[in-house]
Design a protein around this ligand. Structure first.
Ligand SMILES: *[C@@H]1O[C@H](CO)[C@@H](O)[C@H](O)[C@H]1NC(C)=O
Ligand SMILES: *[C@@H]1O[C@H](CO)[C@@H](O)[C@H](O)[C@H]1NC(C)=O
Ligand SMILES: *[C@@H]1O[C@H](CO)[C@@H](O)[C@H](O)[C@H]1NC(C)=O
Ligand SMILES: *[C@@H]1O[C@H](CO)[C@@H](O)[C@H](O)[C@H]1NC(C)=O
Ligand SMILES: *[C@@H]1O[C@H](CO)[C@@H](O)[C@H](O)[C@H]1NC(C)=O
Ligand SMILES: [Zn+2]
Length: 944
């Protein structure tokens, strides 16, 4: 998952971009290529020999044994589904049948073969010796009914372990469910004539991380790379896509006409990157060396929604080839926009799948942020071509190598299309990672291989830690090495050395070590193997400096020492200097000591280190006064980071909340997005804690006062229906409008209602950037007719981003009965698509009027939701996260505990970690609110 994903939830919601962390959680991708190297002669992908991993055996270990190694597969799949129900075909079928022959190399004399299989009826199993085709006698085969998903084949006689080849043939039957995992079915409507909609059906797949085993029996571990030769037999009027370029022909089976599409062999790749699609989609293409295709519903292609993606894909791909110096002679990159997919996007080899709003852009109605979402998502997925698809983590415990790199590199990738988002990585990824990593229940970036075994443990890794902390730590490493060229050189060596193979994080350290005299492993091991992150506390009177683990709940972790690379700045000379902290102290740092009464110290310049900083109250005050006097001397990123650190330190009882609040006062003089966004995110948390209490009145008043100047700063644009030039100004214009309107600034509400009225009367003059905020405000202050109008517009809209904006705006009403009705709609896929269910409920929960409704709704439908979203465990986490954000009372805590108990009874373990975090956060909130309510109230009253 990537961008669109990077934005904070507050902003994301503010601008109606669909970006719950789930979406980000899982983004992935791939492509089809042979590798070439600029400076070196091209070389063929190696045939897999012995896998680098030595898996350790049977249950309870759950890893495949290493007696046999897969080398290549021949797979036939025949889905029976029709693309539409017409007079010609009336009996829809969701069954599929198939067979697979996998060639294995036997490494040790043995009688057993273990593969993975799940939810398939395996009807035939045969094992033959490859050279003689002699059939071996089986004593039995059985499927283990436990989390191992093993298909165990027992032979009467031993296979010879002298690298002898055998062919394992299986025949199987399965069903395309509408569950968004494995090989699945998806239903959507297509306009066939102006007023006629027709139901359509397609089959598609999502294997990552462990669902290839649901499609055919296979060795479903990332290190067991093999070559795949796929054949898909499908109905006329459909086309089939897979990882390589398909060649369709026709055939007759039992008197029926079928299309047989054969796909040439892939290079050696992991099973999780396989993909199959059968649909009646069309596509648009660009061919300048590499064939780039974008596939989507016919309507979307005809409307030109795929053009933007087509254009940027080429640019980004070329850019990556230049910076990685590892060139693809890519055969093709298919990208497909799916009506239903449980992740933002998936980097399948040669066939990248996206949510529609992650790939399609309607130039007429898209906001800058919609485009940014698409371009960053594509950049993330294309980065996976290198990081993940050709160099793959050895086991899921190092998933961050895939996701951290893809997230980090996407910020470089988008530059190919003129986007300068580099500083935004701090807001989008790093501040979010700080949040996720502030809990006792967090996990280290790199887990032990043996700690990750079951599919649900693997799925649980697709979170903000692997994606965002992964990216944050890579950015820190680049700064630590100190020379961007040296860093990139090490990365290039890593890619070259491990292409078509698997790697562990130590391999990366070794490649980077070649480029620097600093000890990379000693530095990085403290960041990847330790849970959490530090706060560095500096007492500027004495220079005394300590580091401790930052945790929101009070039990702070002592005794852990990160290697903290501190870049700092003092007002005495404004020169950035460097220091390294290796012990958990306290240690005295004379250079942090400040004698002059007016001087201040600022550490972690540009937030390049993944840590927070705390100071003595006096230094905080001096920093605040500097901001009020002349904020420009404090680097922009730090103006935001100071606010983020202060509020979080206050949440963790390490700083007075009034000190944090004090830092927001200077904002009347600052129009930059960075500090504003940091402040709004944190004030948003305060609002969540208090918007059901009497403290809310004074908070609203303060927010209204602070935002007025920003609102007026952009008012000229807003009035004219135009937008500022600079991207971050565009973001801040939206912040100004949504905060002003939602905190009762009457000129804002009037403006929004009047523009919405024009829209209802037939002219929508609202600039696409402002639509989310303005629709939302108008619906919040409007009546049920306004809501109905937006609902109809939502159903009518064809551009995915416009649909999302309306879907968000519908959650803004204050009418309980409308919100309840809307919640009910989320269970009806003909009204709210499955893909959109979680984010819709999250939007409703964000609305103070919708919060209790959403929570009751989720609790009430928990078993239904968990069943329908089997693989959407990640979405479940973000759903729980969102509907409990405000929780800060004992009653609410008890309700979550109750859900956790029921969950344990059913032994589902779904979203278990998310529940842990919710409980931890709620406990922290309860404590914090008790302690701070009065202080907060008094501070805000004092500002009135
Ligand atoms: C249905 O069959 C008729 C006659 O075989 C053919 O002309 C028509 O195109 C078919 N319609 C569809 C939607 O396949
Ligand atoms: C596998 O299935 C395909 C398509 O149905 C069929 O043509 C082929 O003969 C099958 N292979 C074997 C070994 O049965
Ligand atoms: C194993 O293979 C090697 C090389 O092919 C051969 O020299 C040796 O005799 C074989 N051993 C057995 C037990 O088949
Ligand atoms: C699998 O086998 C069971 C039991 O025979 C049967 O009920 C089910 O329909 C089969 N599933 C498929 C997809 O063929
Ligand atoms: C901090 O970031 C800004 C903006 O990206 C950059 O111009 C500046 O050089 C950076 N400062 C340091 C010390 O890296
Ligand atoms: Zn990804």
């Amino acid at each position: 998952m990537a961008k669109g994903c990077g934005m904070s939830k507050a902003v994301a919601i503010g601008i109606g971009v669909l970006t719950v962390s789930s979406v980000c959680g899982l983004v992935m991708m791939a492509v089809m290529y042979k590798i070439q190297i600029d400076k070196y002669p091209p070389r063929d992908p190696p045939i897999p020999t012995k896998p680098p991993v030595l898996p350790t055996g049977l249950p309870p270990n759950l890893r495949l044994p290493d007696n046999v190694i897969p080398e290549s597969y021949k797979v036939f799949l025949q889905p029976y589904l029709y693309p539409a129900i017409t007079n010609n075909y009336t009996n829809q079928s969701f069954a599929f049948t198939g067979n697979s022959t996998v060639r294995i190399k036997c490494m040790t004399d043995s009688k057993t073969i273990f593969l993975h299989v799940l939810d398939l009826n395996v009807t035939t199993v045969e094992v033959r010796k490859s050279d003689s085709n002699e059939k071996l006698s089986l004593s039995e085969y059985r499927i283990h009914q436990n989390e191992s998903n093993f298909l165990e084949i027992q032979l009467k006689d031993k296979m010879s372990g002298n690298e002898t080849y055998y062919d394992v043939f299986t025949k199987f039957e399965g069903e395309l469910h509408n569950d968004l995992t494995g090989f699945y079915m998806s239903q959507y409507t297509e306009k066939v004539k102006d007023d006629e909609d027709q139901e359509r059906f397609l089959a598609t797949s999502l294997m990552k991380p462990t669902d290839a085993r649901k499609v055919f029996p296979c060795f479903d571990e990332p290190a067991l790379k093999a070559m795949f030769e796929i054949t898909i037999i499908h109905r006329p009027d459909t086309n089939a896509l897979s990882n390589t370029i398909g060649d369709p022909g026709t055939t007759e089976i039992n008197g029926e006409e079928w299309i047989v599409t054969t796909f040439p062999k892939t290079p050696a790749m992991s099973t999780y990157l396989l993909a199959f699609t059968v649909s009646d989609f069309t596509f648009t293409q660009k061919s300048s060396g590499i064939k780039i295709n974008v596939h989507a519903r016919r309507e979307a292609i005809l409307a030109g929604y795929a053009e933007y993606a087509l254009d940027v894909t080429e640019k980004i791909l070329n850019h990556y080839q230049t910076i990685f110096e590892l060139k693809h002679s890519v055969e093709k990159i298919d990208q497909i926009a799916l009506p239903d997919i449980s992740v933002g996007a998936m980097e399948n080899w040669g066939l990248i799948a996206y949510q529609e709003s992650g790939l399609l852009i309607d130039k007429a109605t898209a906001s800058t942020f919609d485009e940014e979402k698409v371009v960053t998502l594509i950049a993330h997925e294309l980065a996976h071509l290198w990081f993940g698809n050709i160099v793959t983590m050895r086991w899921w415990n190092d998933l961050w190598l895939n996701e951290g790199f893809a997230t980090f590199m996407s910020y470089f990738g988008v530059e190919a299309d003129g986007w300068d988002l580099r500083d935004l990585i701090v807001l989008r990824e790093i501040q979010t990672a700080f949040q996720a990593d502030s809990f006792n229940s967090s996990q280290p970036l790199s887990m032990q291989e043996n700690d990750i075994q079951t599919s649900s443990e693997i799925v649980g890794l697709f979170d903000d830690i692997t994606h965002r902390k992964g990216a944050a730590v890579l950015r820190m490493l680049a700064t630590f090495i100190g020379n961007e060229n040296a860093f990139m050189k090490g990365i290039k060596a890593y890619l070259f050395k491990f292409q078509y193979q698997n790697a562990v994080h130590k391999d990366l350290w070794e490649c980077l070590q070649q480029e620097t005299t600093k000890d990379v492993e000693a530095f990085m091991s403290t960041w990847t193997e330790t849970v959490g992150y530090p706060v560095v506390t500096i007492i500027t009177q004495t220079g005394e400096t300590t580091q401790e683990q930052f945790l929101l709940k009070q039990a702070w972790g002592h005794g852990i020492a990160w290697q903290v690379d501190i870049r700092y700045l003092a007002s005495s000379d404004f020169v950035v200097k460097q220091d390294v902290l290796k012990v958990n102290g306290p240690v005295r740092r004379p250079h942090f000591e400040i004698e002059d009464k007016d001087e201040w110290l600022l550490a972690n310049v540009n937030c390049t280190g993944f840590f927070r900083v705390n100071y003595d109250e006096e230094n905080w005050n001096k920093l605040r006064m500097q901001l009020e006097r002349n904020h420009h001397v404090i680097p922009l990123i730090n103006r935001g980071q100071l606010i983020d650190d202060a509020f979080n330190l206050a949440r963790a009882h390490r700083l007075n909340v009034t000190t944090a609040l004090g830092l927001t006062k200077y904002l009347i003089n600052d129009t930059e997005y960075f500090p504003w966004e940091s402040a709004l995110k944190n004030l948003d948390h305060l609002v969540l804690m208090f918007d059901r209490s009497e403290v809310y009145g004074p908070i609203m008043k303060y927010l209204r006062k602070q935002i007025t100047i920003l609102y007026e700063h952009f008012e000229e644009y807003t009035k004219n229906g135009t937008i500022p030039k600079k991207l971050t100004d565009q973001y801040n214009q939206v912040n100004a409008i949504s905060v002003a309107c939602s905190n009762g600034l009457s000129s804002c509400i009037t403006m929004a209602s009047s523009l919405f009225k024009d829209y209802r009367n037939g002219t929508n003059n609202i600039h696409p950037n402002l639509r989310s905020a303005i629709y939302c405000s108008a619906i919040a202050s409007g009546d049920d007719d306004d809501w109905e109008f937006a609902w109809n517009e939502y159903q009518r809209a064809t551009a995915p981003a416009e649909k999302d904006k309306l879907r968000y705006a519908l959650s803004c009403t204050k009418e309980i009965w409308l919100l309840n009705r809307y919640l009910q709609y989320t269970l009806d896929p003909s009204k709210i698509r499955k893909t959109d269910m979680v984010s819709t409920i999250n939007y409703i929960a964000k609305n103070v009027a919708g919060q209790p409704l959403a929570w009751d709704f989720v609790r009430g439908h928990w078993s239904y939701i968990t069943q329908e979203y089997g693989a959407g465990v990640i979405s479940l986490g973000s759903l729980l996260d969102a509907v409990t954000k405000r929780f800060s009372t004992d009653v609410e805590l008890e309700e979550v505990r109750q859900l956790q108990r029921e969950q344990d009874e059913n032994n589902q373990g779904l979203a278990a970690q998310a529940l842990e975090q919710v409980i931890e956060r709620t406990e922290a909130n309860i404590e914090w609110v008790k302690e701070n309510k009065l202080l907060v109230k008094e501070w805000f009253i004092g500002e009135m």
